[in-house]
Design a protein. Structure first.
Length: 479
C-alpha cells in the first residue's frame, strides 16, 4: 500500500509522490523564541519527526528537512521591552531570543527529535526577504504605505484556497486600524518601518524589519527551491500565516509547496493553553515527571490531524501503557539475540499467521495518513502476544514460542524506532539500590519472604520495581 497523506490544500487523502525521488523536501514552521516551549509545540514537532522517520526508515527517501527559528517578531520585542527596563532594546531582543533558543533546543533534544537538515534564523535571511519583497512590488502585487510595504490580497486570484474560505467571508468583521497604512483590511505587512529603539535593517523603503509571513516564504524557497514537497505546521497556522505564505509565493511566480500537512490543536483540560488561565504547560515541566517516550506515546495515541486534550491523568495512563512495553522488552531481552533459525522455528507456531498479519497491519496503518493510534495498537498486540508466549507450559512449546518472541521483539523495536521511541530498558542501578536487591535476594533464598517483601516496598518507595522471573531478578525504574 502506498503512503497516503491528507493535503490541506485539496482536502483529500493523496498518494505521496515526491518531486525528485528519492529526495524529499520538507519545510516545517518552527518556534518564535520569546518564551519556553510548551507541549503544543512538542506535539507538532513529534508529528513531523515521525513523518520524517517513516519517509526515511520505511519508504527509503532522503529527507531534506528545514525548520525555521523566528528570532525577530512583535512578541519578542514586547517581551524584551518588558525585561529591558530602559536598557538597549535591540540587545535585549537578541539576548532574549538566544536564551530561549538554547532552551527550546535542549527541550527538543530531550524529546529525541531528529535534528533538521537546516534550522535558519529569520535574522540571517533579511536580505533574501528584501529581494522577495522587491519581486512582489515589481509584479504589482504589493505597495508601499506610510508604515511600510503591504501585500495586496485583492490582486491575487484564489486567495483563501488553503483555508477554503472566500474573500468575502474572510473580510467579514475585519477593518483597517488607524495608522496601519494598508488599503484593504486583509492586506498584510511585508516590511515594517522602524520604530524608535526597535531592531531594524536597511532596505529600499527605509530602516525596518520583515513581517512575520515573509520569512517562511523566503527561507523555504531559498533552501528548498521554488517548488518543494511538504509544508507542515499546526492547524492554527493555516490562516493567516500559511495562507499568506502561499499568497506571497504565488505572487512571486513560485509554485511553492505541493502538499500541506497540519496537526490538530492541543488543549489543556478542554481549554486553549494560556498563561492567563494558568494552564500553560512547558515541555520541561512534563519531562521532569515523565520520560520523553511517555509524552510521545500520549501524542501518537491520537491521530495527528485530530484535536487532543492534555491532562496529567491522561499522561499517567500513557505512562502505565509505556511501562507495559518496557516490561515486555525486559523479559524478551532476557532470551538473548535473534538466532538464524528463529524465523523458521517461529513459522511452526500455530499463531504465526496472526503475527505476520500484525506486521502488515502496522505498515497499513502508517501508510493510511500516518494512523499512529492503529500502529500503537499493533505494539500493544505484540506486547500481549509476547507475554502469553513467555508463559508456555512445556519445554518443547517453550523453545518454539521463545523463537517467536525473539522475532516479535525485534519487529517491535523496529516499529518503535519508526515512531521515534527510544525504548531504553537498561537502567543504571545506584549502589544503594543494588545492595538492597542483594539483601532481598538473601532473604528470598533463606525463605524469609516477609523481609523480602519489606525490602521490595523500600525499593518501590525509592522509585525502583523488582520483578522475579525464571532464573533472573530484573530491577527497573518505575515509569
Amino acid at each position: 500500500m502506498p503512503l497516503k497523506l491528507t493535503n490541506t490544500l485539496t482536502g483529500k487523502k493523496e498518494e505521496f509522490q515526491p518531486l525528485n525521488p528519492p529526495r524529499v523536501t520538507m519545510y516545517v514552521c518552527g518556534v518564535t523564541v520569546y518564551d519556553h516551549c510548551h507541549i503544543g509545540h512538542a506535539r507538532g514537532a513529534v508529528v513531523f519527526d515521525v513523518l520524517r522517520r517513516y519517509l526515511e526508515g520505511r519508504c527509503g527517501f532522503q529527507v531534506k528537512h528545514v525548520r525555521n527559528i523566528t528570532d525577530v517578531d512583535d512578541k519578542l520585542i514586547d517581551r524584551a521591552r518588558d525585561e529591558a527596563s530602559g536598557s538597549d532594546l535591540k540587545r535585549a531582543v537578541q539576548e532574549l531570543a538566544q536564551r530561549h533558543e538554547r532552551s527550546f533546543q535542549e527541550d527538543f533534544r530531550r524529546l529525541g527529535l531528529l535534528a533538521p537538515t537546516h534550522e535558519p534564523r529569520a535574522t540571517e535571511f533579511i536580505d533574501k526577504m528584501v529581494r522577495f519583497i522587491e519581486t512582489l512590488l515589481a509584479r504589482g502585487i504589493a505597495y508601499e504605505g506610510a508604515d511600510g510595504v503591504h501585500f495586496s490580497v485583492r490582486k491575487l486570484e484564489g486567495y483563501g484556497k488553503l483555508s477554503h474560505q472566500s474573500l468575502d467571508a474572510l473580510l467579514e468583521g475585519v477593518r483597517v486600524d488607524p495608522g496601519e497604512g494598508k488599503k484593504e483590511p486583509l492586506d498584510f505587512a511585508l516590511w515594517k518601518k522602524a520604530k524608535p529603539d526597535e531592531p531594524s535593517w536597511p532596505s529600499p523603503w527605509g530602516e525596518g524589519r520583515p513581517g512575520w509571513h515573509i520569512e517562511c516564504s523566503a527561507m523555504s524557497t531559498e533552501l528548498l527551491g521554488d517548488t518543494f514537497d511538504i509544508h507542515g505546521g499546526g492547524i492554527d497556522l493555516i490562516f493567516p500565516h500559511h495562507e499568506n505564505e502561499l499568497a506571497q509565493a504565488a505572487g512571486a511566480g513560485k509554485k511553492f509547496a505541493r502538499l500541506w500537512l497540519h496537526n490538530g490543536l492541543l488543549t489543556v483540560n478542554g481549554q486553549k493553553m494560556s498563561k492567563s488561565l494558568g494552564n500553560f504547560v512547558t515541555i520541561d515541566q512534563v519531562l521532569q515527571k515523565h520520560l520523553a517516550d511517555v509524552l510521545r506515546l500520549f501524542f501518537l495515541s491520537a491521530h495527528y490531524r485530530s484535536p487532543l486534550d492534555f491532562t496529567w491523568d491522561r499522561l499517567d495512563v500513557a505512562a502505565r501503557s509505556y511501562e507495559g512495553f518496557t516490561i515486555f522488552l525486559r523479559h524478551a531481552s532476557a532470551l538473548g539475540p535473534l538466532r538464524s533459525e528463529d524465523i523458521n522455528m517461529a513459522k511452526n507456531s500455530p499463531n504465526w499467521k496472526s503475527v505476520q498479519k500484525l506486521f502488515d497491519d502496522f505498515y497499513e496503518s502508517m501508510d493510511n495518513d500516518l494512523n499512529t493510534p492503529e500502529a500503537i495498537a499493533v505494539l500493544h498486540s505484540f506486547d500481549l502476544y509476547g507475554n502469553m508466549s513467555l508463559r508456555a507450559a512445556t519445554v518443547k512449546e517453550r523453545e518454539t514460542r521463545h523463537a517467536c518472541v525473539r522475532v516479535v521483539r525485534d519487529k517491535f523495536l523496529e516499529f518503535s524506532n519508526l515512531l521515534g521511541f527510544s525504548m531504553e530498558i537498561e537502567d543504571a542501578v545506584p549502589l544503594e539500590v543494588d545492595k538492597l536487591v542483594e539483601e532481598r535476594e538473601k532473604f528470598r533464598q533463606g525463605g524469609q519472604y516477609s523481609m523480602a517483601d519489606f525490602i521490595r516496598k523500600q525499593l518501590l518507595d525509592l522509585g525502583w520495581v523488582v520483578e522475579d522471573t525464571s532464573g533472573k531478578t530484573i530491577v527497573r525504574k518505575r515509569v
